[in-house]
Design a protein around this ligand. Structure first.
Ligand code: SF4
Length: 401
């Protein structure tokens, strides 16, 4: 996590309404030079200042197009660190991407360190060589990963994926990626950093992700969990070679809080359960529907009046969806009462936004997020492979209120 110096007292002591007024004044002053992006999980007091609202990849794509259209020089990304990196990768070099609080990281992205990934790659290749089998590994990384991991994946012939296109990217990889699979060749996926999205996607591809106790040892799991804290990922050479998908042992600290018992309670209340695929497999299996943030927003937007829902994703998004749905007589609540909050995203507040904008208005860029040019080039390869396979349906902002 990067270190964010504390803000001067005047920002910390200001009231929310004074900060809102000051931010609005600065936005007006900076005019078309500034673009403020708000991720769906951001708190309402910050979202109210966003020019564009969306999920991480779409926001970056919208921002790149909008910055070019209006000649913006500064993009202030009210999200987390990897999102600002993605915006920097996709926008022109003369646009500065700024993260209002440098300590707004993502615990999931931080679970896949570059050095650990290089070590894992070596160990996997060594196990394959020792086995004498003809296997090729294609890495896939969820876009919720650092630029360094995206670059690693791009360099090794792999692609990024989102929660909405992971199925398509898996299919491409299992077919050999950009080099079609030879008849005598086995393809293995290394999926980073979210084990749950990887496992849920592997399961939808018909790959066995757990051994059913009733079926016994005759059923062999086709996924294996790579734990970077353990030697050889905690796997035997045989397990490495046999697995068709190696799942990095990362997870989202928000979505892991949803549990099967929450689904059971929601069912007793007569609610349809809708979850994000970053939730654990046992939750996704029990849910009525699972899909990306955009899928969740669309499903609730189309829900019949009188219907009741429990939604398993970040609390600020669920609260906004629920407010809008209530106007149509649709009853929405978060799946768990633990108030699942992305605490890193929550570090971005009006005080930090105001502090950044004051500096920009004085001609000084603070908290710029800059990806190294070579990492940018390689990460772009991974992003472009994904976009070629699954172009985004639209780059129109998805708004909730
Ligand atoms: S919700 Fe999870 S994956 Fe998304 S930014 Fe927060 S910790 Fe990272």
């Amino acid at each position: 996590m990067l270190w964010q110096p504390s803000l001067p007292e005047r920002y910390l002591n200001a009231s929310e309404s004074d900060l809102a007024r000051e931010i609005s004044a600065r936005r007006a002053e900076l005019g078309s030079k500034l673009l403020v992006l708000g991720h769906h999980y951001q708190q309402d007091s910050v979202i109210q200042h966003a020019d564009l609202i969306g999920d991480s990849l779409k926001l970056s794509q919208m921002a790149a197009a909008e910055a070019a259209r209006r000649g913006a020089k500064y993009i202030v990304f009210c999200g987390v660190h990897f999102m600002a990196e993605t915006a920097d990768i996709l926008t022109a070099d003369d646009v500065a991407v700024i993260l209002p609080d440098l300590s707004a990281g993502c615990s999931m992205a931080d679970m896949a360190a570059y050095e650990d990934t290089v070590d894992a790659w070596e160990s996997i290749q060594q196990a394959i060589r020792a086995s004498g089998r003809k296997q090729r590994v294609i890495p896939i990384t969820y876009v919720n990963s650092t630029a360094a991991i995206k670059a690693f994946v791009g360099e090794h012939g792999g692609a990024c994926c989102t929660s909405s296109n992971a199925m398509r990217v898996f299919e491409w990889a299992l077919g050999g990626g950009d080099t079609p699979k030879a008849s005598d060749e086995e393809i293995k996926i290394l999926f980073l950093p979210d084990q749950h999205l990887g496992r849920n996607t592997a399961k939808r591809h018909g790959l066995v992700t757990e051994i059913d106790a009733a079926a016994g040892a005759s059923v062999r799991a086709q996924t294996a969990l790579w734990n970077p804290k353990l030697e050889n990922g905690g796997l035997s050479p045989r397990e490495i070679v046999d697995a068709r998908v190696l799942l990095w042992a990362g997870h989202c600290s928000v979505h892991k809080l949803f549990r099967p018992e929450h689904v059971a309670t929601a069912r007793q209340e007569g609610r349809t359960v809708l979850v994000h695929p970053e939730c654990a497999q046992e939750v996704v299996d029990l849910a009525d529907l699972a899909g990306s943030t955009e899928f969740i927003i669309d499903e609730i937007a189309q829900a019949e009046p009188g219907s009741r829902w429990a939604v398993g994703t970040e609390v600020h998004l669920v609260n906004r969806i629920a407010r809008r749905a209530a106007e149509r007589g649709v009853d929405v609540r978060i799946l768990s009462d633990c108030q699942c909050l992305c605490t890193t995203m929550y570090r971005i507040d009006q005080a930090h936004l105001s502090w950044c904008l004051d500096h920009l208005a004085a001609g000084k860029v603070v908290n710029r997020i800059s990806v190294h040019p070579e990492a940018k080039r390689l990460a772009k390869l991974a992003l472009e492979r994904m976009l070629r396979l699954a172009p985004l349906k639209s780059t129109q902002p998805v708004t909730i209120d």
